[in-house]
Write a protein that binds this ligand. Structure first.
Ligand SMILES: Cc1cc2nc3c(=O)[nH]c(=O)nc-3n(C[C@H](O)[C@H](O)[C@H](O)COP(=O)(O)O)c2cc1C
Length: 173
């Protein structure tokens, strides 16, 4: 199968997740392209799609939502999987508990699930490097509560990514 893994990132950790999904699918025998949503213009020739985005303040990156809406016809008429990269720490609900604005599951998943009919959606742990953060992030992390809300570290779970990719591959066989 020819599969496109499309992603949106701000600081690069979602790129790592997308690339890892691509490698795992290639390992299962598929032909895979991994591309940022901003460099994709034509979805023809693919048998299946995986679309993912980083989550900020409970939302997918705008370019990912624009991509999903723009290509709704192609995405919804093929096997599709959605993922997001977000929660930091070790507990999935830590971000939700810490601040009402931060949600591990992006607000867009409900609408995207209703319109695109993905086979499944998955939330992956993300990563945060405090030296690579915009002003808003620095303000949040200025206090101990903010640091707890956005803990520093690389929480990307390779096993979780590979297991999900294997599930996708099984779904395509
Ligand atoms: C200012 C800020 C806000 C964030 N908001 C959320 C959030 O609402 N939910 C969540 O799960 N993760 C949140 N995160 C964590 C990021 O989603 C995580 O660092 C992710 O791996 C970033 O992906 P990227 O490197 O591809 O941009 C936030 C991070 C920052 C710096």
């Amino acid at each position: 199968m020819r599969i496109l893994v499309a992603y949106a990132t701000k600081h690069g950790s979602t790129t790592r997740i997308a690339v890892r999904i691509g490698l795992a699918l290639e390992h299962e025998g598929h032909t895979v392209d991994v591309k940022s949503v901003e460099e994709i213009h034509d979805l023809s020739g693919y048998d299946a799609f995986i679309l993912g985005s980083a989550v900020y303040y409970g939302h997918w990156r705008r370019e990912a939502t624009i991509f999903a809406n723009r290509h709704r016809a192609e995405l919804s008429s093929h096997p599709l999987w959605l993922f997001s990269s977000g929660p930091l720490g070790t507990e999935t609900d830590e971000a939700d508990a810490a601040d009402a604005q931060l949600h591990a599951t992006p607000a867009e998943f409900a609408q995207l699930t209703a319109t695109l009919h993905p086979r499944s959606v998955h939330v992956f742990f993300g990563a945060l490097d405090p030296n690579d953060m915009d002003f808003a992030g620095r303000v949040i992390r200025h206090t101990p509560a903010g640091k707890k809300m956005l803990p520093e570290g690389d929480f990307i779970d390779d096993n979780d990514i590979v297991a999900w990719a294997q599930e996708i591959s099984l779904g395509l066989s």
